[in-house]
Each structure stands twice: as structure tokens, then as C-alpha cells.
Design a protein around this ligand. Sequence first.
Ligand code: GLU
Length: 527
Amino acid sequence: MTSNISDNLSNVRTRFAPSPTGPLNPGGVRTALFSYLFAKRYGGSLILRIEDTDIERSKKEWEQDIFESMKWLGLVWDEGPDYDNQSKYIGEYGPYRQSERKEIYAKYLKKLVEEEKAYYCFCSKEELESYKQYAMSQGLPPVYPGKCRDLDQATIQKYLDEKRPFLIRFKTPKGQKITFNDAVRGKVEFDSTLLGDFSLSKGFDNPLYNFVVVIDDYEMKITDVVRGEDHISNTPKQILLQEALGLSKVRYAHLPLILNEKRQKLSKRDNVLPISAYKKEGYFPEALNNFVALLGWNPGTEKEIFSLEQLTKEFSVEKIQKAGAIFNPQKLDWLNGFYIRQKPLKELARLCIPYLEERGLIKKNEKMIRPEDELLPEVSYSIIATGENIFEDYLENAIALYKERLKKLSEIGDLVDFLFAGILEYPAEMLKWKKMTDYQELADSLNKTLELLSAIEEKDFIKENLEKILLDEAGKMPDRGFLLWPMRVALTGKMNSAGPIDIAAVLGKQRTVKRIEDAISKTRSVK
Ligand code: GLU
């Protein structure tokens, strides 16, 4: 047996190195989570590094979004661009933002140029573009042909004096095999000729990705790079640079690509949202972490539910799969539904309240005074459509009706809106059960329901009693739909809902009776 990678891991330091050019999305979280789990599982540290060398596209707002989303998910980093209370970076290897590390990079760049491992390239954009076009037309790799590789010192000085813009290019050794052992993919090999003399920096002030990553990984003492497979073609370049600078090597784990259900590369069209949007829609961080963990990690059992804490214990790099991971939004909904059902009702109701408020169904009353001036509990709500006052128990009962089928909190408004309505709007025809032959049957059914419900005292208006009385009556009819269908529509104005008896118990006697009466008057208008 080959030894497991995890057998000899110590002092592990991983990093999550996002570019703040957009909000954190599930793909980014997958890299963050796996880097976090890799570090935590082997007792190491996670470093958060902001890769903002692309000044045009990097924005503070996205950086903030990344921080907030990671914190919300509980993916806590050990070192990163946060300050302690003396305005010093937490961690010894800062700054942790690449835009603040330019001097460090310039030092290494100069060294490479001095040692003739890198060179000035003065080719214009147009020239570079035409080399590329030519190479592609000949079926050759679109790499720089090396025109400036051997410029003499006098020419270089002349161009520098003329202030011509330049790139610093790496002198890639030709015909060399670069191999590394990837923790996920095993032995990976590249041919250096296909890499060409790649660029390290624009001038000395604008160093580029492949170069800065190498310097930072070294300076920040990173031991393990965990990142998406889309970076695998950068790895040989980074290894060559480590070798040229005599830096210690890092280990690599390239995570499988995330694909849509048609097995194509995931794109914006695939209903992938920023983390902040999932939060707003009422997904739980537990569900997102669980979902993202399964994007490429397979515990090898049937178990699908994992808390972050369990993941830090059970995660192992050997169980990361090579094959593309399929992004299935229904799976996220399923997991979120699971976590919703785990919440105690009180907590769930409190989490749902903002959605009901935002939808204009209820509003919070600060303090409510009863007619006799007796103070009621601090928090009460009023139903906006009717002005009635309600307490948390009404909300809890409303939510309990849908707890089983709720997949995200933002759905709650659509499901329970009728419980906060005044007069329901629906066509009278909807009340008629499909097996009823005429409206007389409908009127009879609703009148019967009204008669039975009116006879129940307010204090006895609970589910068990309602069930006994109504189901007994429904049992005498050709089928239960004769009684329950018109009742459902009368109470909800909808064709789909929780059970009408449960709903009646939540609405209480007054509202229920009133809605049945409204339905009866509606049926009078149709014949
Ligand atoms: N900044 C790179 C990105 O956002 C990640 C670099 C890396 O992990 O090496 O894709």
C-alpha cells in the first residue's frame, strides 16, 4: 500500500486566496471550506490572503463580502487581513493583502532579473497578439516566441531610458518535464516547452498572479495549496519559479471541477448565487457547508448530513474525488429542509418573522396596551391586512403547518400568507369539489361545515375536536373531498395547502367561521 498523504502531515498551513473581483460564491466557498478542513483536520492553520493584484477589478466591497460570507459560514481563519486592537495584523506573516506587499515582490523580481532567470520584454501588445494568432493558425501552443530573451544590455538600457513599457518574463527552461504529486490526482506531469516564457510582472510595480502566489506561499510558510483544478496548469509555472528562487516546495491538492447537471462547467446560468443571496433567501450556513463539502468529497458511506464540526473530524484528503462534482440545487434545498426541520419551532418562527414583515403581512408592535391598561408581553405583532393583534404563538402555529415542507425561509410568505389575510380573493368555482355535480352540493357542504363549526365552543376549537367532528361528517359523504375541499379553499383561497383541519385550528373559531360564511356568500353568486 502506498502511504496516505495524511500520515505525515504536521504544521499544516493552508491558505484561501480569493481575488476580490466579485462576491463569494459556492465555488469559492468550496475552496475555502476544503482549505479550512484540511488545516483543521490535521491540526494546522488557515490563512486568508486577499489577491488584489488586479487593481481594476478588485473592489473593497467584494473583499467585505468575502469576509462577511466566510464569517457567516463559520469558516474562521487563523491569520488574515484583520487588525488586532493595536491595529496590527493578526498573524506573523502579513500584510495579507497582495496590494500591500509590493516591496517584497520587487525584491524577488530583481533577484530573478539579476540572475538572468527572468528578462525584460518590450514587445508591444499588438506584436504579442500577432504571435499568438500566428501560433494558433499553425496549431502551435500560443506561447511567447522569446524575441526579447537575449536582448543585449545596451538595448535594454536604451529602451528603459526611452521609458518603454515592459514585462518581466520568466526564462522557462526548454524541454524539461515538471512533475508533482497531487494529493487528489496523483502524479501530474507537464512539459515546460508548452509553458513558454510566461510573464511575472508588468514593470516592477505590477506583479502578476503566478509570481506573487509563489512568493506569498513561501513567505507565509504555506505547506499545502488546496484549490480548484482550474489552477492546475498554473502549478508547473509556480514550481519552476520555486526552483529558480531556491524556495521550499509546497504540496498540492487540486479539487475537481464543479459541473452543472449537464456535466458542463458551472456558469452563472446554472442558478448559482452569491453566498449573501443564499443567506437572504433563507438558507442556513449549516446547509451550505454540508452541500459544498459534498462537492468533491465523498465520505464513502451513505451518510450525507455533516456538521462543520463533524467534517473537521471526518474529512480526509484521500476521499476527495477526481471526477467533476455535480452542482445540484435540489440537493441544497433538500439539505436546507433537513436543517429547517432540526430547528426548534420557536427559533424557526423567529427566523421566519423578518420574511413575513418584509412581505407586508405583519408588523411588530413595540408595546401593546389592553383596554384595561394591562401590559402584554413586549413583543406582539399586528396583521397588516386586518389590524388584528397576534402573538408569537400564532406565528409558531402558522409555521408549524409548513415546517415539514419548507425548503428555505423566504418561501414562508407564499405558504402562510392566507393566515394573515383579510378577505380572500379566489373564484367561487374553485370551491367546488371535482366530484360535485352542482352548486347545491357545494352550498350544502359549506352550510354543514358552518353549522358544525359554529356549535363548537371557542375553547374547544382545537385540532383533535375538529378532527372528530368534521371527519365523522365527511365519512358520511361519497368521499372526504366533499367536505374538506370546499373547506380548504374557503380557509386558504388556494388549491394547495396544509390540511384544512390543521389550518382551522390555527385560525381559531372566529376567523374560520367568518371565512366559511364568506365562501357561502360567494357560492350564491354562481349557479
Ligand atoms: N486568487 C486565485 C483565485 O481567486 C487563487 C489562487 C490560488 O489559489 O493559487 O482564483
